[in-house]
Unconditional design. Structure first.
Ligand code: ZN
Ligand code: ZN
Length: 379
């Protein structure tokens, strides 16, 4: 199947990403983490540092270089992807000797303290590394070393998230009128997913949420057999995936004229969402954005009906740093890409959530989700 012309029009030209510039920035962080070597096992982090997209690899990072190991399935792919990304690494392709290669690399680097990624290493793996791989080294649990780098996107990454957002915006515009025909949630979700694929998405960003009527009061309802009916609010939370990067947006559509309570919910969440976006700026505490949304919803008397935090970073993962939550310690920086997605959930009336993805700048932010915030289809 040839690439449809409409896909090219939506995706546009994507700027190259500076993949090769990432490993040096990670190497600079080793001293601060008090490790001589860092063993990456999280595949998304390995993709970020090397450009490798396969499903099996380990990457040892020391001050002097990178040692990349994978199995026989991925030898050629690894060589090609690292070369294309301009990443210099010793690549070892082996099914049986990965351990020996990494042990030798640790020894020849003279590494005494070896960092592991605490959030992705299982207990069993940690025991194996400790007892049989690196018995003479001290294993150090590390967190956030790559995540901190990933949080700040380069222009190529922003281009990909923007393209994914464009696909999602366009797909919703194409299929929204289908709500007039009263599909089930699942049918509508499938139409949206199909439209995104046709527009050039590599995949959906996550399982599309279509939550109508009472289901809308469940923030993470998926898309089920319920037939969408007059009087429903329909929460549609979805996104497209483009070259590994995720889009994330939510719109709430009223089917027929909303009730007075539903109208107020739409207005309050819209105001809260705008207040959150207005609070986004480099140097601001992430929790201040959450507070800006919560203040508007609290003033309307619905604080208890805002059942989740305000937002999260988006990139190679759908949920990544920084988190925009009451407990967040993060400070926003230029190049962060985050969602702002307050909601109000009332079982008798349904749910309203509005979510945009924005790029943090020194002056404020650039909203990359362009779909109209609130729309109504005929009853
Ligand atoms: Zn979402
Ligand atoms: Zn989200």
């Amino acid at each position: 199947m040839s690439e449809p012309a409409e896909a090219h029009a939506v995706l546009g030209q994507l700027a190259p990403m500076d993949v090769a510039g990432r490993a040096p920035r990670l190497q600079e962080r080793l001293d601060g983490a008090e490790v001589d070597a860092l063993l990456l096992t999280d595949l998304t982090n390995i993709r970020y540092i090397t450009g490798f997209t396969g499903s099996a690899a380990r990457l040892l990072v020391t001050a002097s270089g990178l040692t990349f190991v994978t199995d026989g399935r991925y030898g050629e792919q690894a060589a090609a992807q690292l070369r294309d990304a301009g990443v210099a690494a010793v690549i070892e392709v082996s099914n049986a000797e990965q351990k020996d290669v990494l042990v030798k690399a640790v020894e020849s680097a003279g590494a005494r303290r070896v960092g592991l990624e605490a959030e992705s290493v299982t207990w069993a793996a940690q025991r194996a590394y400790d007892e049989s791989w690196f018995p003479d080294a001290e294993l150090v649990p590390t967190t956030g070393l790559v995540a901190g780098l990933r949080a700040v996107k380069d222009q190529g990454e922003i281009d990909r998230i923007t393209a994914a957002s464009r696909v999602a915006d366009t797909a919703l515009a194409q299929v929204r009128a289908r709500l007039d025909d009263r599909p089930t949630e699942a049918e509508f979700g499938l139409e949206l997913d199909t439209a995104m694929r046709r527009l050039g998405a590599d995949d959906v960003s996550f399982e599309t949420i279509v939550a109508s009527g009472p289901n809308g009061a469940l923030p993470h309802h998926r898309a089920g057999p319920r037939t969408i009916a007059a009087g429903d609010l329909v929460v549609i939370d979805f996104g497209a995936l483009v070259d590994g990067y995720h889009a994330d947006m939510t719109r709430t559509v009223a089917v027929g004229a909303p009730s007075s309570t539903q109208e107020r919910m739409l207005a309050v969440v819209g105001e809260a969402q705008a207040a959150g976006v207005a609070a986004v700026r480099a140097g601001v505490d992430a929790k201040a954005v959450d507070a800006a949304c919560r203040e508007v919803i609290g003033a309307a008397g619905w604080l208890d009906a805002f059942l989740h935090s305000t937002g999260h970073g988006v990139g190679l993962d759908i949920h990544e740093d920084p988190r925009l939550a009451q407990t967040s310690e993060a400070v926003l920086a230029p190049g962060h890409v985050v969602t702002v997605e307050p909601g109000v959930y009332l079982p008798e009336h349904g749910g309203v959530r509005i979510e945009d993805t924005v790029v943090v700048t020194d002056e404020g932010c650039v909203t990359i989700t362009l779909a109209p915030k609130v729309t109504t289809v005929a009853a």
